[in-house]
Design a protein around this ligand. Structure first.
Ligand SMILES: [Zn+2]
Length: 190
């Protein structure tokens, strides 16, 4: 097997006035448009520990969070940068990596894709970062609030779960989200 077969080649993609560094970033931008979430692509660079400059992929004003897109499983250095960004900006940083599409427990177990989160918090006056995986886009199927939650469970994002007890809290595969993944997946780029 050639070396090339192991590396993920990023194809710069121009779409709606943005110059995305890869097609998977462009697909995520379509997904955000489809679900009606505003984003800023490569908002501004931040200086990390040791004087390293870092330009995040997406800023999502609605969630006050950054989103990084990676083709493959994040390296230790990429994870270090995401944690640093969370510390410097005091905002959550997500890394969506691997296969693009509706998330599933199966894929997370097989480690073909996931979404990591690095969430800053203050402990005894010091800033720390807690990390987790399997954070998926989700939607309350009652009031249609959108969020990113562990395994797409929506019971914390609005009051619907408490007020409508027949309602399921699993919100990562609602019609709106599935259609958005589908639309972004099937978009052909020039
Ligand atoms: Zn709701």
């Amino acid at each position: 097997m050639s070396l090339r077969a192991h590396s993920i080649t990023a194809i710069p993609t121009r779409l709606n006035g943005n110059n995305f560094r890869s097609r998977i970033e462009a697909r995520w931008s379509i997904f955000f448009n489809e679900i009606g979430i505003e984003f800023e692509y490569e908002p501004c660079p931040y200086k990390l520990e040791g004087g390293v400059w870092y330009l995040p992929d997406f800023w999502i004003p609605y969630l006050q969070s950054f989103i990084e897109i990676k083709g493959g499983k994040p390296t230790r250095q990429e994870i270090w940068k995401a944690k640093q960004l969370a510390i410097v900006t005091r905002r959550p940083v997500y890394i969506f990596w691997g296969r693009f599409g509706v998330p599933s427990h199966q894929y997370v177990r097989n480690a073909t894709d996931s979404a990591y989160i690095y969430r800053p918090y203050i402990q005894r006056g010091k800033i720390k970062v807690v990390s987790d995986n399997a954070h998926w886009w989700c939607e309350c199927s009652y009031c249609h609030t959108i969020s990113i939650q562990f395994e797409g469970v929506t019971n914390e994002i609005c009051d619907c779960f408490k007020s409508h007890y027949l309602y399921t809290a699993e919100g990562f595969s609602t019609t709106r989200l599935v259609m958005a993944y589908l639309e972004a997946s099937r978009t052909k780029f020039k």
